[in-house]
Design a protein. Structure first.
Length: 271
């Protein structure tokens, strides 16, 4: 009898230890989830910023700019662009829930063409012309979902310097250095499109991390630090004109050198 009681006691202790272990494990998971959720969404002064990464990936999509060639000089005026495209369909509407909750191009998926970090032009064919003033210019091209979210993998973009007409002075631009380019928001958002507005930017030769480079986004004077390269949904913005300043900064909060790594834009929300 004594031996049986001893064995029963050991079993009870084992079960208790197992339960305690499970409780600790559950608590750890809950704590982890709480921290993750808190870190993902930032809210200050009524403005909520939430990253999202659940859009269709198109991981095999590729974009290659054939002309103008990198480092080339082309005649003044309308510059002819010609791209090769693989595993991505222009003019198709991107599937997924985000297409119904943010500004969506009625023409479908497209190419964003950005010259000198000025507002992009959207193109729905692989060949088009674009008026660019004389001089040396930095041209960034990348693939975009129909709701203007960029594809961020290496084969989905092209960065190069081209000269149009005569350049007054050569540009000092290192295509291998870290660069930040602005993409969205842009222009005017009205009705349902004004309820949640996407912030999207493009990084070249760098990424973001808690212990690395970050993007400092100042929205209507309120500062947010972004350590994840992702699109962010902005909510709580007022009607009327809104201002966003983006800065690529290092671990110490200092600006990363580069001609486009600090940029300010305005956009407008209407009821």
């Amino acid at each position: 009898m004594t031996k049986s009681l001893y064995l029963l006691g050991l079993a009870a202790l084992g079960l208790a230890a197992c339960d305690a272990s499970k409780q600790q494990s559950s608590a750890a998971v809950a704590t982890s989830e709480t921290v993750t959720n808190t870190a993902a969404t930032q809210e200050k002064n009524g403005i909520k910023l939430t990253p999202f990464t659940d859009s269709p990936k198109f991981a095999a999509a590729g974009l290659r700019l054939n002309t103008p060639a990198a480092g080339s000089t082309v005649p003044s005026g309308a510059v002819a662009f010609d791209y090769d495209l693989t595993n991505f369909q222009l003019t198709k509407m991107t599937e997924g829930e985000h297409a119904a909750h943010m500004a969506n191009s009625a023409k479908g998926q497209h190419i964003h063409n950005i010259v000198d970090n000025q507002p992009y032009t959207a193109h729905y064919t692989t060949e088009f012309t674009k008026d660019i003033p004389d001089g040396q210019h930095v041209v960034l091209s990348f693939l975009s979902r129909s709701y203007h979210e960029s594809l961020k993998h290496r084969s989905a973009y092209d960065l190069r310097v081209v000269t149009v007409g005569k350049a007054a002075a050569p540009m000092s631009f290192d295509v291998k250095a870290p660069h930040l380019f602005y993409s969205r928001p842009k222009d005017v958002y009205a009705g349902n499109d004004a309820k949640s507005v996407m912030l999207d930017f493009y990084l070249v030769n760098t990424t973001l991390a808690p212990e690395g480079n970050k993007v400092r986004a100042t929205i209507n004077g309120t500062e947010f630090l972004l350590d994840q390269w992702a699109p962010y949904m902005m909510e709580g913005l007022p009607m009327g004109e809104n201002t966003i300043k983006l800065e690529l900064i290092d671990l110490d909060g200092k600006p990363v050198p580069g001609p486009f790594n600090t940029v300010t834009r305005t956009f407008t929300l209407q009821p």
